[in-house]
Design a protein around this ligand. Structure first.
Ligand SMILES: C[S@@+](CC[C@H](N)C(=O)[O-])C[C@H]1O[C@@H](n2cnc3c(N)ncnc32)[C@H](O)[C@@H]1O
Length: 395
C-alpha cells in the first residue's frame, strides 16, 4: 500500500488491537466506534481512508483522487477483482468496499525491530464488515470475522515460532476463515511449503484466496471446502503427512435453545467441542512423527471438576492408539474465564447484537441458556490452548 500507512492510521484508533483485541468490539454500537474514529486526532484524509477501508464508509471519486488512492496499486487491484462497488448518484461516483473491511496486524514480537522489517511483517486482511456497519438492503451476515480468540491463537503461534518448533513442510488450518492463522504461519515459518486452509464456508475461502494474494503468499495457500467425510482435505494432502495443524474452531457452547440462531462461525455444539473433536479426529491419523496440533478452545468445566474436552476428545484409548500426548494450557485472560451464568448472558447478548437473532430487551434466552448449562452440570468456561503432539514412536 504505497504511500498510505493504513496500519498506523488504524492503530491510532485502537492501539490494543495489535495484541489480542478484536477489530470490532461487538459490545459497542457502530456509532460509538465511528465517534472514536472522529476523535482520534486523525487528519481529514486519514479519517476518510480509515472509514472507507475499515468501516464501510463511502468515498467519492474526487476524494479518492485527493487522498492519492486512485493511483495506488491497491485501488486498481480492488477494482479489477470486483471488491469495490461503485454507485452513481446525482452525477457523482462513490465507491464502497463490497461489505468488506480491511484490517492489519503486525507479526513482529519485538518492538525494537527496524522499521523496514516491521513493514514487511504487517499482514493485511479483508474480513466481513459487521452487519451494523453495512449499508443498503442487501446486508449480509458477517461470516468471516476476527475475534479475540483469533489473536490469542496467533500470539501463541508467534511465541511458538520463536522456539523453532513451527515446522514444515505441510500445515493445515482447520476452520481457516479469511486466513489469519494460515497466512501468518507462512510468514512465521519459512520451512512451510504449503498450508491447506479448510473451511465449510466458500465465502471465507474466497477471502482466504484474496488475502493470500494480498500478502504475497498465494502459491503456498491451498483453500479447501470441507465435506462431511473429509475427502476434499485428504485429496489436497495427496498422501502427505501433516507437520503442523492449527485451529481456532467454532467454540461457543451453544445449547439447543439457540442453535438455529447461530452461524457456523461460532457454534461448537452443546459443550463447545463438537468441531474440536472432529478436527482432532481428522488430523491426528495423518500427523507426522513429532508433528503438533495447536488449537484454541473454550473448555466447559463440569461440577465434578472434570473438563469435558478430556473426556470426549482425547480419551486414553485414542491417545494410545495414535501415540499422542497432549497438554491443555489454561490462559490467564480474566474476561474469558466465565461462570456458566455469565457465559449464558454473554451468549444471549451476542445472539441479539450480531443481528442474527432477537434483540428484545431482557432477552429471555439468557435464563433458558443458563438453565440448560445447569442441567448439563456445567459450572464455568475457561480459555485454553490445547497442544497435541505425536510421538516419534507409538506409546
Ligand atoms: C472461530 S472461526 C476461526 C476463523 C479464523 N481461523 C480465525 O482464527 O479467526 C471458525 C471457522 O470455522 C469454520 N467452520 C465451521 N464448521 C466447520 C467445519 N465443519 N469444517 C471446517 N471449517 C468449519 C467457520 O466457517 C469459521 O470460519
Amino acid at each position: 500500500m504505497d504511500g498510505i500507512n493504513f496500519h498506523d492510521i488504524s492503530l491510532r484508533v485502537n492501539p490494543q488491537r495489535d495484541l489480542i483485541s478484536p477489530v470490532y468490539n461487538y459490545e459497542r454500537a457502530p456509532a460509538e466506534i465511528l465517534a472514536d474514529v472522529d476523535s482520534a486526532g486523525l487528519s481529514a484524509k486519514e479519517k476518510m481512508i480509515l472509514k472507507f477501508l475499515a468501516y464501510g464508509g463511502p468515498m467519492t471519486h474526487e476524494q479518492a483522487g485527493d487522498a492519492g488512492l486512485r493511483d495506488t496499486g491497491l485501488i486498481k487491484w480492488l477494482e479489477k477483482i470486483g471488491l469495490i462497488v461503485c454507485i452513481r448518484r446525482h452525477g457523482e461516483r462513490s465507491y464502497f468496499l463490497n461489505h468488506l473491511s480491511l484490517v492489519s496486524h503486525n507479526l513482529n514480537w519485538m518492538s525494537q525491530t527496524r522499521v523496514e522489517e516491521a513493514e514487511k511483517n504487517i499482514l493485511y486482511f479483508f474480513i466481513d464488515l459487521p452487519v451494523g456497519f453495512q449499508m443498503g438492503h442487501r446486508r449480509r451476515r458477517a461470516t468471516s470475522q476476527l475475534h479475540q480468540t483469533s489473536y490469542i491463537l496467533l500470539q501463541y503461534l508467534k511465541l511458538f515460532s520463536r522456539t523453532g518448533a513451527l515446522k514444515g513442510p505441510l500445515a493445515v488450518d482447520w476452520g481457516c476463515g479469511s486466513g489469519i492463522q494460515a497466512i501468518s504461519l507462512i510468514k512465521l515459518c519459512p520451512e512451510i511449503e504449503q498450508v491447506i486452509g479448510v473451511d465449510v464456508d466458500p465465502h471465507c475461502l474466497w477471502l482466504f484466496n484474496i488475502n493470500a494474494a494480498l500478502n504475497q503468499c498465494g502459491p503456498k495457500c491451498r483453500p479447501v471446502v470441507n465435506d462431511p467425510a473429509g475427502k476434499n482435505v485428504l485429496n489436497a494432502m495427496a498422501g502427505r503427512q501433516i507437520h503442523l495443524a492449527v485451529s481456532n474452531p467454532p467454540f461457543n457452547a451453544i445449547p439447543p435453545v439457540c442453535e438455529p440462531l447461530n452461524s457456523d462461525y461460532g457454534n461448537g455444539g452443546p459443550l463447545g467441542i463438537r468441531h474440536l473433536k472432529h478436527f482432532i479426529e481428522q488430523s491426528v491419523p495423518h500427523l507426522a512423527a513429532g508433528g503438533t496440533i495447536s488449537c484454541y478452545c473454550t473448555l466447559a468445566r463440569l461440577n465434578t471438576g472434570d473438563y469435558a474436552l478430556v473426556r470426549d476428545c482425547l480419551t486414553d484409548e485414542f491417545c494410545r492408539t495414535y501415540g499422542i500426548t497432549f497438554s491443555a494450557k489454561i490462559m490467564d485472560i480474566p474476561d474469558l474465564h466465565l461462570s456458566a451464568d455469565l457465559y449464558a448472558k454473554r451468549l444471549a447478548d451476542l445472539v441479539a447484537k450480531t443481528g442474527d437473532g432477537p434483540s428484545n430487551p431482557g432477552n429471555p434466552l439468557t435464563s433458558e441458556i443458563a438453565a440448560y448449562f445447569k442441567s448439563s452440570g456445567i459450572e464455568r468456561f475457561v480459555p485454553v490452548i490445547l497442544t497435541v503432539t505425536r510421538n516419534a514412536r507409538r506409546l
